[in-house]
Design a binder for this molecule. Structure first.
Ligand code: FES
Length: 93
C-alpha cells in the first residue's frame, strides 16, 4: 500500500474492480466496506465527507457497531492486521 493511498485505489492498483458509482467522491456509498480486523494502532477516523455519507448507509443503520468505512476515503497507515469484508470486489479483466 502506498503512502496516502485509499483502500479502493490500492485494490484497483492490485488488479481488482471495486464497486463505485461516484468514482471515489464520498457521494454514493457504494464502496462501503465492513472492517473485520484492524491494526493494533487502529485506523484514522473518518473525515466529515466520509462520516456524513456513512451516516446515511442503510447497512450501518441496521448494524451501527459493525465498523463500516468508505473504501474510497479510508487511508490506512498500515495494512498489517487489516481484514475487510466487501461483496462485489472482483478481479479486473
Ligand atoms: S466510491 Fe462513492 S462513496 Fe466511495
Amino acid at each position: 500500500m502506498h503512502d496516502g493511498e485509499t483502500l479502493m485505489a490500492a485494490a484497483e492498483r492490485s488488479g481488482y474492480r471495486w464497486p463505485t458509482v461516484c468514482g471515489g467522491l464520498a457521494e454514493c456509498g457504494t464502496c462501503a466496506v465492513r472492517i473485520v480486523g484492524a491494526a493494533p494502532d487502529g485506523l484514522p477516523p473518518p473525515a466529515a465527507p466520509e462520516a456524513d455519507r456513512l451516516a446515511t448507509l442503510p447497512d450501518r443503520k441496521l448494524h451501527p457497531d459493525a465498523g463500516f468505512r468508505l473504501a474510497c476515503q479510508l487511508r490506512p497507515a498500515a495494512v498489517d492486521g487489516l481484514v475487510v469484508h466487501k461483496k462485489g470486489v472482483r478481479p479486473a479483466r
